[in-house]
Design a protein. Structure first.
Length: 295
């Protein structure tokens, strides 16, 4: 039955993720970026939930490899596991600051071909990582003038992804951090809101690459605890600026203070946060953050 097949796929995914986390215990090598999706998947496997998880497990593997002139280069491998993986291929994007756009497109398409030819229906994340470790550096110096046509065609038909990240922090008080959040969102054309205090909640939405850049800057600051509680990705076929605008639930990024009370005037009124989210059509997010139905 489908349920059985799904259950099997989910179990394979979890055991593969366990293997990765035991092989790469440090967050700079391996990090799950959507904890909520992983929790949903485990819940599903333990058979407590008949509901198919709503979002894909997403994680990042970072690989350092030597280039011919003996310097080290880091490649970051972003992976998302479709629910039916491993019977379908994982969604993988390899990036490095040293790759040009067309080198990156070529590298990713070669990796995909390699996986299609060798791993139909089998777990292949480790093999993909090995392939990147062995081959990726060679793409940095590839002269792609002969490929430039193909690359620009690929870019034209490339799908734009609209992303919304829901970030949770133990607390946000620091004025400089609050300023960074607003300034960076503005610079990256992201909208959303930031609720300072304890807990701290940040939501940013816009182009996927801009959201990822925002997250990589934010998480480099010092936090007691910060994580992406949930992320939404929507593919926009031929999505231009207008498509992105249509998807936004927030006009700009602003700081939202909901009637602070408490000893330091820093505990926000979560009832008001709930009403605000409900107005924006995001009430279900409240439950993801706080694990309770809002009232």
């Amino acid at each position: 039955t489908t349920k059985m097949a799904n259950q099997d796929a989910a179990e394979i995914q979890i055991s593969e993720l366990d293997l990765l986390s035991s092989m790469f215990p440090y967050e700079e090598e391996f990090a799950v970026t959507d904890q909520l999706a992983l929790a949903e998947l485990k819940h599903y496997v333990e058979n407590e939930s008949a509901e198919v998880p709503s979002s894909k497990v997403q994680f990042i593997l970072n690989v350092k490899t030597e280039v011919p002139n003996a310097s080290m280069v880091e490649f970051s491998i972003s992976c998302a596991l479709p629910f039916k993986y491993p019977s379908v291929l994982p969604e993988i994007t390899v990036r490095s600051s040293l790759l040009s756009r067309s080198q990156q497109i070529l590298l990713n398409s070669d990796l995909k071909t390699y996986l299609m030819q060798n791993f139909s229906g089998e777990p292949c994340i480790l093999s993909a990582r090995e392939w990147v470790k062995d081959h990726a550096a060679a793409y940095i110096d590839k002269d792609l003038s002969s490929f430039s046509m193909a690359a620009s065609d690929a870019t034209k038909s490339e799908v734009t992804t609209f992303t919304r990240l829901w970030i949770y922090s133990h607390h946000i008080y620091n004025k400089q951090k609050r300023k960074n959040i607003i300034d960076w969102a503005k610079e990256l054309s992201l909208s959303g809101f930031c609720m300072p205090g304890k807990p701290g909640v940040v939501c940013v939405e816009g182009l996927q690459s801009s959201c990822e850049e925002f997250w990589s800057r934010i998480r480099r600051l010092t936090w007691k605890r910060i994580l992406i509680r949930h992320r939404e990705d929507v593919s926009l076929e031929g999505g231009g600026h207008a498509e992105i605008q249509k998807r936004r639930k927030f006009p700009t990024l602003e700081e939202k203070c909901f009637d602070a009370h408490g000893a330091r005037g820093n505990h926000m009124d979560l009832g008001q946060l709930y009403n605000f989210l409900e107005e924006k059509g995001c009430a279900d997010i409240f439950q993801m953050y706080f694990g309770v139905e809002g009232h």
